[in-house]
Design a protein around this ligand. Structure first.
Ligand code: TXA
Ligand code: MG
Length: 337
């Protein structure tokens, strides 16, 4: 199959209405979209991504008003958060109506709903007037795509069309939240920070984290595996980057680095990424996946990353770095040996 790219919302809409799958821009990362009500189309998304069927998909809608078509209940805290952050990078888990096929939710009783803010995603959702199921447009457990080129790397020749919306503005995925009694549960940290969520909620609503791992895969957000978001190059995460660099240099290893706001001494500028020289967390998030894609293509032995300051979006980026590092812990030990 030849994969075309372009900015035709009509072309993307026609393909989706025919049951095809299309990569689409959102403000967080590119998504791989299908008509959420068409089981065959949704199945094609899992196949293209090589994603296990037990990992459910987010359903994208064009407005808050649409939500009631697909869920049986919107608790007060969900209302509050949607009012504050939709359209935007917030995903809410709500009890699903039967109209939502089980394949979308991997058989779970809740459906993940998001109203993307990206103008092209909005225009497309209005054009098709359908809910679009869309995971990030990368192969399973790979680095999420924030540009058309990143999508091409993973899915060229596998899908018919990539709708071009430029670089994604937020650069990391939506924050996934669920609701239990008087508690908001953060299942995936993302582009809306915990601080923002707490500020939006009225007093008395608790906010807790339940980040799931492979060890309890059946739990509420099954996609949160240890080894998500991984480059092929071994990735090492440290709070002392220069110590690590010295160790690997001694062994003659080819090193790339990622740091928040400062350069890493002794590493050629072409092999190191400073996520935001100004120390701006939003800019760091926007550059994050692109820097992993970039360094992963350089034939390095190891990418050494320093933890970001652990507040705001820094927490969400650190979470992804930990998962990227987890996949390679064994390999890193080998490289060091
Ligand atoms: O920003 C985003 O959320 C992007 C864009 C394209 O919208 N999408 C995205 O999708 O990141 P994906 O599939 O890569 O990650 C969705 C996360 C996974 O951790 C998945 O397990 C969780 O949301 N999820 C989806 N549906 C769920 C459900 N019904 N119950 C629990 N967790 C769910
Ligand atoms: Mg993903």
């Amino acid at each position: 199959m030849v994969t075309e790219t372009g900015n035709s919302i009509i072309h993307a809409a026609v393909l989706l209405l025919k049951g095809e799958i299309v990569a689409i821009p959102t403000e967080t990362v590119y998504g791989l979209a299908a008509n959420a009500l068409n089981e065959d189309a949704v199945s094609a998304v899992y196949i293209a991504k090589e994603r296990p069927y037990h990992n459910p998909l987010i359903v994208h809608l064009h407005s808050i008003k649409e939500i009631e078509k697909y869920v049986t209940d919107v608790p007060p805290a969900a209302h509050t958060l949607l009012k504050a952050f939709a359209p935007g990078p917030l995903t809410v888990l709500l009890p699903k109506k039967d109209i939502v096929p089980d394949i979308v939710t991997a058989g779970l009783p809740h459906v993940a709903i998001r109203i993307p803010a990206h103008p092209i995603a909005q225009a497309l959702l209005k054009a098709v007037n359908l809910p679009l199921a869309a995971p990030s447009a990368n192969r399973f457990s790979g680095i999420s795509p924030t540009s058309v080129q990143h999508v091409q790397k993973h899915l060229d020749g596998i899908i018919p069309y990539i709708l071009d919306g430029g670089m994604c503005d937020d650069g990391i995925e939506s924050t996934v939240v669920g609701f239990e009694n008087n508690t908001v549960v953060i299942y995936r940290q993302g582009a809306i920070t915990e601080e923002q969520i707490k500020t939006a909620l009225r007093d008395g609503v608790r906010v807790v984290h339940k980040t799931k791992t492979e060890n309890n895969i059946a739990a509420a957000a099954p996609g949160m595996l240890h080894h998500h978001y991984s480059p092929d190059t071994p990735l090492l995460l440290t709070d002392n980057i220069h110590h690590c660099i010295a160790q690997y240099e001694n062994e003659g290893k080819k090193i790339g680095t990622i740091r928040f706001d400062n350069i890493a001494k002794g590493i050629p500028l072409s092999k190191q990424i400073v996520l935001s020289a100004k120390g701006n967390m939003r800019e760091a998030a926007r550059n994050f996946y692109a820097s992993l894609h970039y360094l992963d293509e350089m034939g390095l032995d190891v990418i050494i990353c320093e933890y970001l300051p652990d507040y705001g979006l820094g927490k969400a980026i650190n979470d992804r770095l930990k998962r990227a590092a987890a996949k390679h812990t064994a390999q890193v030990v080998q490289v060091m040996a």
